[in-house]
Design a binder for this molecule. Structure first.
Ligand SMILES: Nc1ncnc2c1ncn2[C@@H]1O[C@H](COP(=O)(O)OP(=O)(O)O)[C@@H](O)[C@H]1O
Ligand SMILES: [Mg+2]
Length: 604
């Protein structure tokens, strides 16, 4: 079989990616790293004790070796063997306590930062979310956050082990300085090669993490959208799309691996060569009577301690580099300029009447394409106002702006709620006062009751039943073996489109906001059910501001006011009767629907 990827690729690192990451990226996150000071101090103490043992264990092992060459004294040998054994047991016990404490600190530290990151993501503006990938958030909340909070612990571990090695080398230096000098040379060579290797890895990892995010998101989407993919037999096409992108990443990874392997091999070869030199020096010194056989044995037996020591230093370097990359990514998520938050004012409404007014509103998602063009209208309280018009004309955008999912820029008109600019209202006034129910609502992979209680956690079962009945879905839910406690799959995949819509309507009824925006919220319902739900929605107008956006005119003709939107402008407004007389587009739309319904009736 031929290789799929045989050629590695060198990335074009941007200036930004080549720049060294400042240590301040990490210190900015200090408060998350040192939350559990006492427990952390205990771990440091335990590791220091272990370090002392780690220094003495090889020294006693070395002395033990020496007893064999210095004319065997069985008592001394057994005594030293006993010491090595006891040290070993104590070391393992300390290690056990430190590890348990470590796990507790590490898991708890990660929770604190994750909580803040999740809440930060929840506050990011809708347009920023629209322009991002899911993986951008998940990888930072999970792997990067953990990397940062674990840094002090892992660093302490590496540092104490490295200190242990220094203790051992000091002991060797006390035996013979020339041997020690050769060891230092080995250490320097190994360290230099490994240093280059780690710097290269870090540069690549930083780049790879970034370009992997959209692919990871696409993989998630592939699972989410698998029904549609299967529906058009596009499995292979989406797999190819993902694989093609992955191939590019993997060819960079291959380059990273090649360089890494090359440098690692170079390090290993130099260790063999330098160990040969070390042994040659020992033999020379021994034959010239400068050192005793025991020292040669000790040096030979613990020769790998030198590269282990270099590796520990490199681990510290690599851990720091990797953590800096993660810290930079976590800080980016906290960065307002990169991911701006939703902005709210400080005017609070404990109750609102529900009068909405658009005054010379102009809006664009992207600078270059105006979606709403100097638009103005009023939506009175306790009435039903409906928006109709061609697809893409800007109806859903109007609903999103009322619910303040997107904000108007200064100078682009005003949207007011009871005379107050929505930009000046605080979050609770907006989000508790206005609900939006979309055409394809999101339902979580929880039970029906849990999905409903997202809107009102304290709602009783009786309240749930009431809203489900109003949304004409109670009968169906009662027919399920587990009733309202049935799980509905990711995004309600186990339900039909119409059932999902009705549960979402029930959820909004439970929330009972003063202003309710139904954006084609009943589009997937059959005529009979749609009429039932429509009755419920229209009845709400007794004490709510109701806005409906609908495709089927039959569901809006009874509205108190209908606004016809075309190309981001108000083409006409009035009652159904007015519009039939004054708005030809509306009239045509009505006729079209009438014809369709007539032909449907005939074919039935
Ligand atoms: N999140 C978004 N980002 C960028 N453009 C968008 C976004 N949502 C909608 N649009 C664009 O805005 C225009 C109006 O869309 P929308 O208000 O959804 O129309 P309607 O609901 O009338 O069918 C469309 O051209 C659409 O492509
Ligand atoms: Mg729409």
């Amino acid at each position: 079989m031929k290789f799929i990827i045989s050629k590695s690729k060198k990335p074009n690192f941007s200036k930004e990616e080549k720049k060294r990451i400042k240590f301040s990226e990490l210190t900015k996150l200090n408060k998350y790293m040192f939350n559990f000071k006492w427990q952390f101090a205990c771990i440091v103490c335990l590791l220091l004790c272990m370090t002392v043992l780690a220094v003495f264990m090889p020294i006693y092992s070395a002395r033990l070796l020496a007893t064999f060459t210095d004319g065997l004294d069985s008592r001394a040998t057994l005594f030293l063997a006993g010491i090595v054994c006891v040290f070993g047991i104590i070391y393992q016990c300390l290690d056990c306590i430190a590890s348990i404490l470590w796990n507790n600190v590490s898991i708890n530290s990660a929770i604190v930062i994750r909580k803040d990151l999740i809440s930060r993501v929840n506050s990011i503006s809708q347009s920023s979310i629209d322009n991002s990938n899911t993986a951008t958030f998940t990888s930072r909340i999970y792997s990067d956050a953990e990397m940062v909070t674990n840094y002090p612990l892992r660093m302490t571990d590496f540092l104490t082990t490295a200190i242990g090695h220094i203790g051992f080398f000091t002991y060797i230096a006390s035996l013979n300085i020339w041997v020690s000098l050769v060891q230092i040379a080995i250490f320097v060579v190994t360290l230099t090669i490994q240093w280059l290797r780690v710097n290269n890895r870090t540069k690549y990892n930083r780049f790879l993490k970034k370009i992997n995010e959209p692919i990871q998101s696409l993989q998630t989407e592939n699972i989410r959208g698998i029904k549609d993919i299967r529906g058009i037999n596009a499995n292979e096409n989406i797999e190819n799309t993902i694989i093609d992108r992955k191939i590019e990443v993997l060819s960079y990874e291959m380059r990273k691996s090649h360089i890494n392997t090359g440098l690692r091999t170079l390090a290993s070869i130099s260790i063999y060569l330098l160990n040969f030199v070390l042994l040659a020096v020992c033999v020379f010194l021994f034959t010239h009577g400068q050192i005793v056989l025991a020292t040669v044995l000790i040096v030979y037996n613990f020769r790998n301690n030198i590269n282990n020591f270099a590796n520990y230093i490199i681990n510290i370097k690599e851990l720091t580099n990797e953590t800096l990359v993660s810290a930079e990514r976590v800080n980016e998520l906290f960065d307002e300029t990169k991911y701006p938050s939703e902005k709210f004012g400080d005017v609070h409404f404990s109750k609102c009447k529900g009068d909405i007014k658009f005054d010379h509103v102009t809006f664009a998602y992207n600078e270059n394409k105006i979606v709403l063009d100097d638009i103005g209208f009023e939506i009175p309280h306790n009435k039903v106002t409906s928006f109709v018009g061609p697809s893409g004309s800007g109806k859903s955008t109007i609903a999103s702006l009322i619910a303040k999912l997107y904000s108007l820029k200064e100078g682009n008109g005003t949207i007011t709620l009871d005379g107050v600019d929505v930009n000046n209202l605080d979050r609770d006034s907006i989000r508790n006062g206005i609900s939006i129910i979309s055409q394809s609502p999101y339902l979580f992979n929880l039970t029906i009751a849990e999905n409903l209680r997202l809107a009102k956690p304290e709602a009783t079962d009786l309240e749930l039943e009431k809203v489900l009945k109003q949304a004409d879905i109670l009968e169906f839910i009662n027919s399920l073996p587990q009733g309202i406690n049935s799980k509905i799959g990711e995004n309600g995949v186990k339900l039909s489109g119409g059932q999902r819509q009705r549960i979402a309507i029930a959820r909004a009824l439970l929330k009972n906001s003063k202003v309710m925006l139904f954006d084609e919220a009943t589009s997937a319902l059959d005529n009979v059910t749609q009429n039932n739900v429509k009755d419920t929605i229209f009845k709400l107008a007794k004490n709510h501001t109701i806005v409906t956006i609908a495709h089927r005119l039959s569901t809006v003709i009874d509205s108190d006011k209908i606004i016809y939107i075309d190309g981001g402008k108000v083409a006409a407004e009035g009652t159904h009767k007015n519009l039939m007389e004054t708005c030809t587009q509306y009239h045509d739309m009505y006729d079209e629907e009438d014809i369709n319904e007539d032909s449907n009736a005939k074919s039935e």
